[in-house]
Design a protein around this ligand. Structure first.
Ligand code: HSE
Length: 441
């Protein structure tokens, strides 16, 4: 066996892979590595071999997987001398964190699809990868097959990202799209998403925006070279969106989408920059490309200083699309093991301050039930005016005893809008503030 100067492995010796997890994604990764062994060897410059598969229950039948590869002792597999690369597709946070850290500390490169782990512990994981001089890849953690992590890490590394607006959760996009296209209630659309297998038995992480918030933290960290974790992301889900909200949005020329928005803010007076990441239902003008993203598809709209606007669209979940992203990372990491070197890691050199959500400026669509009599409009517009917020449009629909008033504002800070909603709630003329939905992109 010979070893080149740059190589980390004797020529021709396979890169040994430990696969942690054998669910929908793990099974696809396993199948594709077996079926494409020759092609992958050419693309890498040497063979790869899955040498162990860690599962919860090794007695469960797994057709096509040799029994001797299965183990229920994941930590021992990770630490084995013949393992060079660990692929983590288990999910959760604490157990995979322990395994991924053990792998990195033992000098093994890691590929993970685990957005919750990366969004919560990226600093710790990146430091361990740097210390060991190995790769830590996580393309599949955001929008599966859509190559958005690589795009931010490599393709746009010479540009300056201003804003990223993404539909990064397929379940919620399916629900909102079903509500818009069929007039269904939120509850009925969620039931349909569950029946079709999009929504989990416990849909909380999707519908309350937590899954999208993890992805927003990852995108913002990469785009702004500043560490943001899950806890830094303001998060509001779709469970309060009603069929009425969808109809009102449609009538005004908008679709409602759950957007993950990562934004660079610039102080007008000082020029000082900060960043913010947030997830909330957003009114998207029908003519914007994000409005036409239907069913469970994902899309990420990136605005960069030199590149201008870019949009990436495709399958953001599922066994095959996620396995595609995992395998792209496997090939990248294996190539570095064979030829030497490391992929561009995470870099948080800019370390920009994270702006409070209250400082973010947005336009708002405020839907109220009001008394239908003289002076009501002036009382309501007075509340906005006293807070320095100008109104863009006002629409009234007559009801029986009351009227529905829909106000769209010009840009205002979140903190100011919160005060306005509180003040509206105290007016006798306002019977209820039904919804406040932000306008975006
Ligand atoms: N549950 C996610 C979605 C996929 O619905 O898009 C995994 O992040």
């Amino acid at each position: 066996m010979t070893t080149t100067n740059r190589s980390k492995k004797p020529e021709g010796e396979p890169v040994g892979i430990a696969l942690l997890g054998f669910g929908t994604v793990g099974a696809e990764v396993f199948r594709l590595v077996q079926e494409n062994a020759d092609a992958f060897a050419h693309r890498i410059g040497g063979p790869v071999e899955i040498r162990g598969v860690a599962v919860h229950n090794k007695n469960k039948l797994r057709p096509g997987v040799p029994e001797e590869l299965l183990t229920d002792y994941a930590k021992a597999l990770v630490l084995r001398d013949d393992i060079d690369l660990v692929v983590e597709v288990i999910g959760g946070i604490d157990f995979p964190r322990e395994l991924v850290l053990a792998a990195l500390n033992a000098g093994k490169s890691v590929v993970t699809a685990n957005k919750a782990l990366v969004a919560a512990h990226a600093d710790e994981l990146a430091e361990a990868a740097d210390r060991a001089d190995v790769d830590l890849y996580f393309e599949a953690a955001v929008a599966a097959a859509i190559p958005v992590v690589g795009m931010l890490r490599r393709s746009l590394a010479g540009d300056k990202i201003q804003r990223i607006s993404g539909i990064v959760n397929g379940t919620t996009n399916f629900i909102l799209d079903a509500m818009e296209s069929t007039g269904a209630s939120y509850e009925d659309a969620l039931a349909e998403a569950t029946r079709l297998g999009y929504a989990e038995a416990d849909p909380t992480a999707d519908v309350e925006g937590h899954d999208a918030a993890s992805k927003a933290a990852i995108l913002a960290s990469l785009g702004f070279y500043t560490r943001l974790t899950f806890d830094d992301v303001y998060c509001e889900g779709i469970s309060k969106i009603t069929a009425d909200d969808i109809t009102a949005a449609n009538q005004a020329g908008y679709s409602i989408k759950l957007l993950a928005i990562c934004e660079r803010l610039v102080d007008e007076e000082t020029g000082a920059e900060s960043v913010n990441a947030r997830v909330h239902p957003t009114l998207v003008p029908k003519e914007h490309p994000l409005a036409s993203v239907s069913q469970s598809y994902n899309a990420i709209f990136v605005e960069a200083e030199a590149a201008g606007s870019l949009m990436f669209y495709g399958n953001g979940a599922g066994g095959n699309p996620t396995a595609s992203a995992v395998l792209g990372d496997v090939i990248g990491a294996a190539r570095n093991i064979v030829h030497g070197g490391r992929a561009p890691g995470e870099n948080t050199y800019a370390n920009l301050p994270i702006a409070e959500f209250g400082e973010v400026e947005t336009r708002y669509h405020v839907d109220m039930e009001v008394e239908d009599r003289t002076g009501v409009l002036s009382a309501i517009s007075g509340v906005f005016a006293r807070h320095g917020v100008s109104l863009r449009t006002v629409r009234q629909e007559d009801g029986d005893a009351t009227a529905r008033l829909i106000v769209v504002t010009h840009a205002a800070k979140e903190a100011v809008l919160e005060d306005i909603v509180a003040a509206l709630g105290e007016l006798d003329e306002v019977k209820a503030v039904h919804s406040v939905i932000r306008l975006g992109v």
